[in-house]
Design a binder for this molecule. Structure first.
Ligand code: CA
Length: 220
């Protein structure tokens, strides 16, 4: 198959950011603080955050899910794009990282839009399903432990409305998904998940090679 993808070197990446990135100061500060942490690679790229904010605005989303919060960039970028009565249900198990998140949500003035559930995300999602929240979310972002991706996806698919959007991060896994010799459990989980989505008639999909790969799945 012809390769139509442009290879992005550092110079071109810098150029893209220089002509397209409009990162609010509060997000830049959070990104900088997170950049000092050992797990900093878990933070989404700023241009990806901007893309997510655009999707949320395009849809007129109000009720959203953030599965995997880390230090809060994805919840914050979405919350800033939501209307005043918008809501982010944020799921994570880590108290230390989400404490950083909470500090920035308050600083940004969107703390009341974000509801953090400090528990295993599957438990939170199953709780939402059990309490009548199915088909009520507009948007869901999946970016937590990779071996549970399929479980998170199945829950998110129940929770978003028809025409709602689920987006899944790290679907290219630094390119490792395309290397058959890579038998790491997380690589296999993402590879299997990508294959499943390709055949899943319940959604319309598009895989966007932004950052570490982002799949958009629209519930039919
Ligand atoms: Ca990620």
């Amino acid at each position: 198959m012809a390769n139509k993808f442009l290879e992005l070197d550092g110079k071109l990446c810098n150029y893209i950011q220089s002509v397209s990135l409009r990162e609010p100061e509060i997000l830049a500060q959070l990104r900088e603080e997170t950049g000092k942490l050992p797990m900093r690679n878990m933070q989404i790229a700023p241009e990806q955050g901007q893309f997510m904010a655009l999707l949320v605005q395009l849809m007129g989303a109000k009720k959203t899910l953030d599965i995997g919060v880390f230090t809060g960039y994805s919840s914050l970028v979405v919350a800033l794009a939501l209307p005043q009565d918008g809501q982010v249900v944020a799921c994570d198990i880590d108290e230390t990282y989400t404490a950083i998140a909470g500090r920035y949500w308050e600083l940004a003035g969107v703390g009341d839009k974000i509801q953090l559930h400090l528990a295993p995300a599957l438990q939170t999602l199953e709780g939402l399903i059990a309490t009548g929240h199915s088909n009520s979310f507009d948007f869901a972002f999946i970016d937590a432990d990779k071996r549970n991706y399929d479980n998170y996806y199945e829950c998110a698919l129940k929770l978003v409305r028809f025409g709602g959007l689920i987006i899944i991060d790290n679907v290219l896994w630094s390119g490792r998904v395309a290397d058959d010799a890579d038998r790491d459990k997380r690589t296999i989980a993402i590879r299997d998940f990508n294959q499943k989505l390709h055949q899943d008639p319940r959604v319309q999909i598009s895989l966007i090679p932004i950052a570490d790969g982002l799949t958009l799945a629209l519930k039919k």
